[in-house]
Design a protein around this ligand. Sequence first.
Ligand code: ADP
Ligand code: ASP
Ligand code: MG
Length: 489
Amino acid sequence: MSRRLIVMKFGGTSVGNAARFRQCANIISKAARHDRVVVVVSAVAGVTDLIFKTIDAARRGDPETTHMHMEKFASVHRELVTSLFSAEQRTDAHDYVTKVLTQLQSACHALSALRSDISAQTADSLAALGERISAWVLARYLQQSGSKAEFVAAESVIHTDSNFGNASPEMGATRRNCAQVLLPILEQDAVPVVAGYSGANAQGKTTTLGRGGSDYSATIIGAATRADEVWIWTDVDGVLTADPRICPDAVTLPEISFDEAIELAYYGAKVIHPKAAYPAAEAGFPVWIKNSFRPEVTGTKITHAAKPANSPVKSVTSVKEAALITLVTRRDVHPVDLWGRLFLRLGQEQIEVLFATQSSPEHALGLVLRKEDAERVLKLIDTIFRIELAQGVLRPVAMNHEIAVVAVLGESMKGTCGILGRVFSAVARREISVIAVAQGASELSICFAVAASSGAEVVRAVHQEFCGQPAVKVPVSLPANLSAATGAQ
Ligand code: ADP
Ligand code: ASP
Ligand code: MG
């Protein structure tokens, strides 16, 4: 029987320190005994944030803060390699860290000297550095521990468009790259260790797939190599009925569908990247979410035909920082043309609308967006509707930027009566008012906006209403860095 091909992705906390690297190496070498394994790695936890903070400080011309962040970047990786490698290996590893650090340093020096804004292309070339080091270190550590492994730069595998910061894969070229680069390594019975999160455009320039994009790297590579399964190793037991940081009593779901996973991720469940399910759903292989801190736990299987859970609501999730922009037209105008122009422009600018509400007879439009997009959308509205605003056809735009969006989802909600009533009774019992509501036409989710300060309480209330009884009797293990009692956002 031919051996299965498994793509395994390890997230930031799974490679958070030297002990975590050893654990990953254990998981990989065990799996590689009976399966062919491709590994995809994230940057060490916190490192991508650190890179962005360094860039930001350099751009502002703040040398002390730039230096402080760069020192932190250096010390995190130096401590890691000092702890992982034997004396003979250490020099090489320190040299590699120095080489990457020098790249970050020279770019930041240039930035602060010019006090210019950084181009999206340069930002991506720096943002990808965390994954480059962690993949290199993991490959070297596997070799040192007696496993055959080879570091693979993301740029040589994932081919993308030139949408820096949020690139999309070009699957044809990625497939060819995988055949040329990964298959020969696998044929030698070795494990390719690929840097997650990034790729390269047709000119060979580094691109990134959006924050949290290493999950997406794994499923892109899974689809391109016709993998049997993708396993995403993280710091929780799988996909839970809610974020355990908000609901410590959340339980692991044995199975969810691709559609449910996409919706969950879109509405804030960080456990999987919103786009990661697409390549898997199209190619038809399952994605497993597993806990690298407890590899013996089965985890959650994401698949086309997921079994329903005990409750029609499978999970409750939230976008903690959202904004509501309200547009109102004069009564004597027909606003469909205005809204059409607005949505077209939002699409062109790739701005995601969490949900929209339109009141009868269509004169008011509520747009619920991620908070980080709100200022940009206000500027867009000013530009597109300059004349309408000046003539009073469109009234001054109102914005509430202190809201949270709560989403309640599950495929079995479709056709089940009374879900809306139960959701809003649970919220009303807490005397919290709902600001805006939408139910998707697919009936897969209900989402609504509440004051940001009430977001966590609403998630807990709705979770208690539907998922209060354990779906499976597997105790939830919280991420190691969390206390079960906090329930903080
Ligand atoms: P990684 O670094 O492994 O990519 P992330 O931090 O991106 O991990 O995602 C894992 C985190 O997602 C968990 O620690 C948990 O707090 C959060 N999370 C949010 N919603 C859910 C959910 N429904 N199920 C599981 N985890 C969730
Ligand atoms: N390191 C990247 C981030 O923090 C990608 C990832 O971890 O998936 O966004
Ligand atoms: Mg992640």
